[in-house]
Write a protein that binds this ligand. Sequence first.
Ligand code: ARG
Length: 466
Amino acid sequence: MSKLWGGRFSGGPAAALEALNASIGFDWRLAPYDLKASKAHARVLHRAGLLDESELDRMLEALDGLAVDVESGAFQGTVADEDVHTALERGLVERLGELGGKLRAGRSRNDQIATDLRLYCRDHARGLGADLADLVSALAEQAATVVDAPAPGMTHLQHAQPITLGHQLLAHAQGFIRDLERLWDWDKRAAVSPLGSGALSGSSLPLDPVAVAEELGFARPVANSLDGVSDRDFAAELLFVCSMIGIHLSRLGEEIILWSSQEFGWVTLDDAFSTGSSIMPQKKNPDVAELARGKSGRLVGNLTSLLVTLKGLPFTYNKDLQEDKEPVFDSLDNLALLLPAVTGMVETMRLNTEIPRAAAPKGFSLATEIADWLVRKGIPFRSAHEVAGACVAHCEERGIELHEIADADLAGISEHLDPSVKAVLDVDGALAARTTPGSTGPRAVADQLAQVRESVEAWRDWAAPN
Ligand code: ARG
């Protein structure tokens, strides 16, 4: 029996309880982190005079050996172990006998699990950051090929004003850059060590939470042991960041789905990132983009699930908290699957610039240029807007585009108009006129691109490959 709590019980647990209670089925992936924290705890017990020199050496050696066997699969947790902590104590006792039982002093599964999950999250947040940086880079490099390629910019999915395709691709990159900032900022709050909180009240043994925190790469120990074993803000916040990434991916996915449709034809996906149909031989489907859109459901669901679990929980540890792990693992696992696929799809897609170029002026998307031309002549925008609107109405009646208005008709539409207005009814001219920082003009987009490329490199330094 590996149970950590047999002492006061007369009979064994019911099978139904055991099946319900066990977390070993999903917490085993925390084993390397639990072992790392155990080594830090062993050193602290030694400094407190609770393990002598040779006991510490044997303990550390056994923990290292266990880590090797966990990694190779030679040592595994079983359902009878209940959870990762129980399994690893069994492994330690198998190796060390009595001495293995000394490590639990001053420590509880409550502060252990809080520590392990933080370590896991912090580690994987860096991996997530690396995947995000790759995606931002893929978007930036595609944008670099279309810095001055016109496309209809849309509001309400209707043609609004011409933009450059590079500008739109970089707009997607900006969201993911904010997600990277969120991860970095989150990590500062997550970098707090609960180890030493014990079950809830700290410990009567002379432990050293500061030393433990330092050894485990945390900035400091928790300020309050009750909070230390109860706080799952770090998990909820990380799930929020994962949800936000999911939302951004869903918006990118949706656009790529639209763009790759017959009706748009702006983009051709590489065969390696497309799928076929089992019945329609001609089909080429954007499954990666659809999963980018679809996975947001479970990502938001995982956040919601944890928030609801946490709501109204009394202090301190409650078994409800065991429900924190699966949503976190599921979100991180799914993003680790999804992000490389989306990056590959973006890297390999071919933008067909002729179609969006031809579409850019359609739908009277240059009407604002007429209004701005009038404003430059001193006409109040309110009147200029009316005049430009009258031009649109004139064209709609005749089934023509703005640049096709007959010179002779201009003065009839408004006394302020003359044929020189036609000079602004040109997509490339309209784009080039947009030079303010952050705007869609090719020069502003080139500046933005340079900044994005620079920030990707900075984020790569912070992140770590999965
Ligand atoms: N498996 C538990 C969890 O995931 C570990 C902590 C158990 N603590 C307890 N008092 N039963 O939360």
